[in-house]
Write a new protein. Sequence first.
Length: 279
Amino acid sequence: MTNDAPLVPRRFLLRTAAVLGAAVTTRLLTADPVAEPGGTLPAAGPPPAAAVPAHPDHRLRPLAGYATPETARRLPTPVRTKPVLRMPGAAHPMVLTFDDGPDPRYTPPILDLLRRHHVRATFFVCGEMADTQGGLLRRMVDEGHVIGNHSWSHPLLTRASTAVVRAELERTSEAVERAVGRPPQWMRAPYGAWNRRVFRLGAELGMDAFAWTVDSLDWKEPGTRTIIDQVLGGAGPGVIVLAHDAGGDRSQTVTALRTWLPRLLADGHRFTVPVRGEV
């Protein structure tokens, strides 16, 4: 948010310069806006926007406030040799991620739970799902979540040709951009399978590589108790949690989230979303 207080018009400054000379103009342009001795303070305007904290936590405003799509596209994209596995720093918040969606059966209740607890997450979507669920993608962005690229059809990219890898990633980014107005800045390879070509093609499309630290094992549908134990047992600063909102019966994921998310918050854990340039 910018300060809404009116600024001195440039034309006025130019006219003043013509009349009073360059020295007066310089004084007008560089004067500190504080009261002169015996004078009055300038009229109060809206306070300046607060600086974005180095590690925004789960209770901050939507990420859309941190960078415009134009800024995001200008950020350099590294060609990594391994993906981001955890967030840096001894006290960094955790990151909650969901793969394979969006699924109209499971994604909405997950979003409801996140909203209830004021938690932001990152959703790595598959293009074939995202292409028909634009409303859910827009809801994710509106509620402050980050959307990442998880390929179009969830193939093993390390065994695919260059053309197939590029198409899988590019089509998904295009589907996301059609829905929310900007392409993803992050990608996650299906099955966590990376090679040099996958890193390079992702970077060429403006995406950084993001993996996980703790696997909830919900993709195995092992039972709610197992999922809860996996997440609680692996929780810690900077941990990236892998869960799923599609790709099978994710009712166990939803049920488990109702237990482990408020418990971690009560224990003092915080959640954030990845921000380019911080990892």
